[in-house]
Design a protein around this ligand. Structure first.
Ligand code: AMP
Ligand code: ZN
Length: 465
């Protein structure tokens, strides 16, 4: 399996530390709001990676965190406690907010056939672990106390710039953009490990620590949870590209200084989902959720298909037009598969092998799922394959794609079905009125929507193509 590793900036052959086993950590959601469909794109990519590794025979152990600490993923030195703000917005208690949005997150990933990681750990359940790591960092001289907070000293860690590939000055620009100057830090890039002197006025969630009552920094959460469950080494760490700096950069610094050796070998990042205004983000308040797509009549798996049709590392621009196309493609696929004869025939082994090789070559080559979708359409058209062989292959592909392709029911978007029925009626009227040219135009329109119509004695027959 080849994967693009952000650490080396190369596509590399993946080799796990322990033969046959993969330890994989994926940064989980902040739970002060619904996941947006950009976050979901990253979870889909991580799911495909896990399923690809499993398909080629690895035993994958996966851990994900839930960020339920008040600061959420914001390093800025001012601002507000996001969970407290959400509690006011939604009229719920701070703890109810986190558990409500965690449940919503699980419901979303279920609808998208995303495997729920075996271990999902809440940031607030691991405070002891962070304290243990911070104490070691202080003892080893990698961290210092200033203004009643504990900071990591980036100047003590030579490899601080290796993941982002940015130099010191370039990183400073990033830091200045995001973080108001904290005059107590030794270097502007130093980041908080523990805050006792809260940067927020009404910080709600606080815990006792050797440095007084306070709360952990954002980055220590993932290092702490990861090391707790996986020990001293890790094969794969994933997230969206926005996590490269500062989050993953800081995770590497504190984990490697704590452990005293290299920590994680492969850092895999997905491109962003953007809308016409740019990157979709929770903090700017304007974002689309999976439920908002469902309310508009889209099948969640059409969104999964939309994501799979482009390479995970490319940015993807969301539009309803792209969503309509994905939904039409999805319906076409499901309906074509539905038409296949389910009775058992002898499999066409040689041609099956050909398609399995193509499939594996694509997913093992940095997860080229777009190619796999093309092969899916190719095999459906391939006369060398009988229907049993087609169904077998589709079942194999779906172990990674997870699009529920071999379903019993036809799957037609009700909105599309309504539109088709309306067009068919209109065409019948036009034919009765002998307006054949206009009737033909509707036939064309229906073809573009994925249906062919046959005029029979009983009336118009609709065939999905
Ligand atoms: P958050 O809940 O904001 O911590 O984000 C959860 C995951 O979604 C992280 O891996 C982020 O890198 C990723 N993410 C955030 N915004 C986007 C986006 N617009 N497109 C794709 N992934 C994103
Ligand atoms: Zn993380």
């Amino acid at each position: 399996m080849k994967l693009y590793n952000t650490l080396t900036k190369k596509v590399e052959v993946f080799e796990s530390n322990e033969p046959g086993k993969v330890k994989m950590y994926t940064c989980g959601p902040t739970v002060y709001h619904y996941a947006h469909i950009g976050n979901i794109r990253t979870y889909i990519f991580e799911d495909v990676l896990e399923k690809t590794l499993k398909y080629i025979g690895f035993d994958v152990q996966r851990v994900m965190n839930i960020t339920d600490v008040g600061h959420m993923t914001d390093d800025s030195d001012d601002g507000e406690d996001k969970i407290l703000k959400a509690a006011k917005r939604d009229n719920m208690t701070v703890t109810d907010i986190a558990s409500f949005y965690t449940k919503e997150f699980i419901k979303d990933i279920d609808k998208l056939n995303i495997n729920k990681p075996k271990i999902i750990s809440r940031a607030t359940d691991n405070i002891d672990q962070y304290i243990k790591i911070i104490e070691v960092l202080l003892n080893k001289g990698y961290a210092y106390e200033a203004n009643d907070n504990i900071y990591f000293d980036v100047s003590k860690y030579d490899d601080y710039y290796k993941l982002s590939g940015l130099n010191k000055d370039e990183l400073l620009v990033g830091v200045r953009d995001e973080v108001d100057e904290d005059t107590f830090k030794h270097n502007p890039s130093d980041f908080g490990l523990w805050f006792t002197n809260s940067k927020f006025d009404h910080q709600k969630l606080k815990w006792d620590s050797p440095w007084g009552e306070g709360y952990p920094g954002w980055h220590i959460e993932c290092s702490g949870i990861c090391i707790k469950y996986f020990g001293e080494d890790l094969d794969i760490h994933c997230g969206g590209v926005d996590n490269i700096f500062p989050h993953h950069t800081n995770e590497i610094a504190q984990s490697e200084c704590y452990l005293g050796h290299k920590w994680c070998n492969y850092w895999i990042h997905s491109g962003h989902l953007n809308d016409k205004n740019g990157k979709m983000s929770k903090s700017n308040g304007e974002f689309l959720t999976l439920n908002s797509l469902i309310k508009r009549g889209y099948n969640p798996l059409s969104y999964r298909l939309l994501c799979l049709q482009s390479h995970y590392r490319n940015n993807l621009v969301f539009s309803y037009e792209a969503m309509d196309n994905a939904q039409n493609t999805y319906n076409k696929l499901i309906n074509k598969i539905y038409e296949l004869n389910k009775s058992k025939e002898d499999l066409n082994e040689t041609v099956i092998d050909e398609y399995i090789i193509k499939f594996k070559d694509s997913i093992e080559n940095d997860m080229n799922t777009a190619n796999v979708i093309t092969y899916l359409f190719d095999l459906l058209k391939d006369d060398r394959l009988n229907d049993s062989s087609k169904l077998y292959l589709i079942g194999e592909y779906d172990k990674v794609l997870s699009l529920d392709l071999v379903k019993k029911k036809k799957n037609i978007n009700p909105k599309l079905e309504e539109k088709i029925k309306k067009l068919v009626k209109e065409r019948e009227t036009l034919k009765r009125e002998k307006k054949y040219e206009e009737a033909d135009r509707i036939r064309e329109e229906l073809l573009n929507l994925g249906v062919k119509i046959n005029d029979t004695k009983e009336g118009t027959e609709i065939v999905w193509i």
